[in-house]
Design a protein around this ligand. Structure first.
Ligand SMILES: *Cc1c(COP(=O)(O)O)cnc(C)c1O
Length: 338
């Protein structure tokens, strides 16, 4: 089970997104182990390419990443300063007055950033909290002030302009670097770029960065093949029955590996050098069954993610988004980097 990860494609995608925001610094979001692809490999490759600003969700992720990056790389923690977190060498993005006071009491003089809520109502200080705190917060010199867009994958969504106006109203006279855009916002033009853009998913080759280079190939080994006769079924709950003699390959990977069970019976295929081989029957925990009747020779491996079936196509079939496909891939694959 091999997850082939093209680090040079990740670097190329980072550079392409950075070039869309020439007036801003480009950070790299590497939370959830770089969207499942391995932050310990992805972040150093991006550092080498010039990235100095990294984002993780949790202090524990930041602690794990810290030894892989030189000291001048800033690792920002989006969940901020949670009770008991070890933030040594990290920059918490403080999300509430409570986090601000906790952090300043425990880490006086240490770097921090501020997140404001501009409408998503998920993380960040609300306008009223910010106006009460801002004099004291600005006096403590935050690295930057950020907010996050809820609808940046839909550039015409009216919430984008509303959030932009709200962010401006809360920060225009702060004199502190600002950050609003993730991948979607980076693609929405200079109004959204401010001083620091924070792309994640676009680095990893998925929408909304339609021009991204593909990053992932997922190759799954065939364990055995058999011929099933008309009337015989395959897999749990007997959901698929052969209507003619079919050659079935049993492939190693299942829903425990992020091959979502919801793609069962949806016409999703694995690919043998470009030839589609439909998944038949249910995806089980560790195994998939595939109709390889159309192949003259069954290769040792079949691909689930490849140029013929991108992360986003697979996500469509599963009723989800590329983010969830990537972050579900799990720990049983050999991750190999090129
Ligand atoms: C995940 C996240 C990002 C990156 O978003 P993408 O859509 O993957 O580019 C940026 N900022 C915040 C606050 C996030 O939570």
């Amino acid at each position: 089970m091999t997850l082939h990860i093209d680090l040079q494609a990740i670097v190329a995608n980072w550079k392409a997104l950075a070039a869309k925001a020439p007036g801003a610094r480009a950070a790299a979001v590497v939370k959830a182990d770089a969207y499942g692809l391995g932050a310990a490999r992805v972040a150093p490759a991006l550092y080498q390419a010039g990235a100095r600003d990294f984002f993780v969700a949790l202090a524990s992720e930041g602690r794990a990443l810290r030894p892989h990056l030189p000291d001048d790389a800033r690792i920002n923690v989006l969940s901020g300063h949670m009770e008991g977190a070890d933030l040594t060498g990290l920059v918490p993005v403080l999300n509430s007055p409570e986090q601000f006071f906790r952090d300043r009491a425990m880490r006086p003089g240490k770097p921090f950033a501020i997140q404001l809520d501009t409408g998503m109502n998920r993380l960040g200080m609300e306008a009223g909290e910010w106006s009460a705190l801002r004099a004291e917060a600005l006096a403590a010199k935050p690295d930057f002030i950020m907010s996050h867009l809820a609808c940046a994958d839909e550039p015409d969504h009216p919430a984008n302009a509303v959030q932009l106006a709200s962010f401006r109203a809360m920060t225009d006279d702060c004199g502190v670097p600002r950050s609003l855009a993730a991948t979607g916002g980076t693609l929405m033009g200079p109004d959204y770029h401010f001083d620091l853009v924070r792309p994640g998913i676009g680095l990893y080759g998925a929408l909304p960065f339609a021009e991204a280079q593909p990053v992932v190939r997922l190759s799954l080994p065939v364990i055995q093949t058999r011929t099933v006769q008309p009337g015989e079924f395959v897999g749990y709950s007997a959901t698929w029955t052969a209507n003619a003699p079919r050659r079935i390959a049993t492939v190693s990977a299942g829903y425990a590996d992020g091959v979502l069970r919801s793609i069962s019976s949806k016409g999703v295929s694995l690919y043998a050098a470009g030839t589609a081989c439909p998944i038949v029957g249910r995806v089980s925990m560790d195994l998939i069954t595939v109709d390889v009747t159309g192949l003259a020779d069954v290769p040792g491996e079949l691909d689930l993610i490849c140029p013929e079936q991108t992360v986003d196509r697979l996500a469509d079939h599963a009723g989800t988004i590329g983010y969830e496909i990537l972050t579900s891939l799990g720990h049983r694959y050999d991750r190999t980097y090129l």
